[in-house]
Write a protein that binds this ligand. Structure first.
Ligand SMILES: Cc1cc2nc3c(=O)[nH]c(=O)nc-3n(C[C@H](O)[C@H](O)[C@H](O)COP(=O)(O)OP(=O)(O)OC[C@H]3O[C@@H](n4cnc5c(N)ncnc54)[C@H](O)[C@@H]3O)c2cc1C
Length: 402
């Protein structure tokens, strides 16, 4: 314990000495959600680049990853101390993204030594932004029915097909994609997990506009794209195992994202109680006049807090290198349901001001709240729908029959 406290003090001193003053206490643009890195990364404010580079050099963009790939080599307890001290000092995360949360952990488990050295180091330095090529126009929940074909030609595959709902495909450098390498066997047994550089000729990306007015999704097409066979992760035709492992990490990431979030909505930054005081013009310290609303807010805040602590406890109990299993579906369902509930409640509290779309009658926070509410509808779809999560929980957690 004494060692951990000493480490914590040293970590705080390092963070304090190395964080540029311009990034202290800044509110990051909620739409961007932090620094995603990549070849086309923009840094707002510009000293975020120094912050990224300094943390990357120390391995603290990926504090728990092995040192041999450039990670921090910290224990889970030490990594948590770094995270807590960073937050206490009001410093943003140096790097976020699917490299750190999804493909990185999978490469550590299934990648060859060469693949790990090539990709993990670039993820840690924030040089490559990754996106996910799983869903197709006719394959969502029934993911194993995917039709994107990869036909072998010597040391390469020739890939043809279309992926859809590729989040941030237009901003990403590499895609981890599921492709069909054997069409003549049981559908799960003919899939490979392939890494594709999106600058390869034949890859094209088209943004898709959403109800929220934003366009974070893309359709990604592959037309005779040549990809080295060496880019397969795991066994050829063994991609389904790798794909499921990655989904465990994705669902855990979603749970941690919403589990850590205690504001009135992703974009409001204030608690639901503060929001209600503002719109009901209620004085500080006195109970809110509307008892029904008061009850709803108290229940939502308590459920959020309890969930946050549960996620923390699960994280603390996990050993280094822990691989999330089907229980990640439990966390994903609850996290996304509670986020939807909070966003609904925030809009209800704001009344007519909660339904602004554009125009002078609404301030920026109100417009962001409406869009966050609409965006929250997608939470129970992305990473696998809630219905699919409930099926997984029934079968693989509770052991119920089909
Ligand atoms: C915000 C967001 C981000 C996303 N990002 C990505 C990404 O980056 N990369 C990517 O590859 N995909 C991404 N997706 C796609 C997502 O994974 C799929 O939308 C999802 O898996 C559902 O597939 P579908 O849309 O084809 O719906 P369908 O599979 O057609 O499902 C339609 C409805 O039927 C229900 N249903 C289907 N099968 C069953 C069943 N067996 N039992 C009970 N109910 C069932 C579903 O729950 C759903 O309500 C994203 C989606 C969203 C909303």
């Amino acid at each position: 314990m004494a060692d951990l406290e000493r480490f914590r003090a040293e970590a705080a001193a390092w963070l304090d000495a190395n964080a540029p003053k311009e990034i202290r206490g800044i509110e990051l643009d909620p739409d961007k959600g932090g620094n995603w890195g990549g070849r086309r990364a923009t840094f707002d404010p510009p000293p975020m680049k120094d912050w990224l580079d300094r943390c990357a050099a120390k391995g603290w963009t990926a504090p728990e990853w092995p040192r041999e790939y450039g990670g921090g080599g910290l224990s889970p307890a030490e990594a948590k101390a770094v995270d807590q001290e960073r937050k206490r000092l009001g410093l943003p995360e140096p790097l976020v993204g699917f490299g750190l949360t999804m493909i990185g952990p999978v490469l550590q488990r299934f990648g060859t030594e060469e693949q790990r050295h090539e990709h993990l180091t670039r993820i840690i330095r924030g040089e490559i932004r990754w996106c996910q090529g799983y869903s197709e126009p006719d394959s969502g929940s029934d993911l194993a029915s995917l039709q994107t074909r990869a036909v072998r030609d010597g040391d390469e595959f020739i890939v043809n097909g279309t992926k859809v709902w590729t989040s941030y495909g237009d901003l990403s450098d590499w895609i981890f994609a599921l492709v069909r390498t054997d069409p003549d066997v049981k559908k799960q047994e003919g899939i490979s997990f392939l890494l594709i550089d999106m600058q390869t000729p034949g890859v094209s990306v088209r943004p898709i506009q959403l109800i929220s007015g934003k366009s974070p999704f893309c359709e990604t097409r592959f037309d005779d794209v040549r990809v080295p066979v060496a880019n397969v992760i795991g066994e050829i035709n063994g991609g389904w195992t790798v794909a499921k492992a990655l989904l465990g990490h994705e669902r855990t990431m979603i749970a941690e994202l919403f589990g850590a979030q205690r504001g009135g909505s992703r974009s409001s930054g204030s608690s639901l109680g503060n929001l209600a005081r503002h719109y009901l013009d209620a004085p500080d310290g006195a109970p809110l006049p509307d008892a029904v609303l008061r009850d709803k807010i108290a229940a939502a805040e308590m459920d959020t807090r309890a969930f946050h602590l549960t996620v923390q406890r699960a994280r603390d109990a996990a050993k280094a290198g822990h691989q999330p299993g089907p229980e990640s579906s439990l966390f994903k369902v609850y996290a996304t349901e509670i986020n939807k509930r909070r966003c609904e409640l925030a809009v209800e509290i704001a009344g007519p001001q909660g339904l602004g779309w554009q125009g002078p009658g609404f301030d920026a926070e109100e417009l962001a709240r409406t869009r966050a509410w609409l965006r929250s509808r997608g939470n129970s779809i992305e990473g696998g729908t809630s219905e699919i999560q409930l099926n997984i929980i029934a079968k693989h957690v509770l052991g119920l029959p089909d």
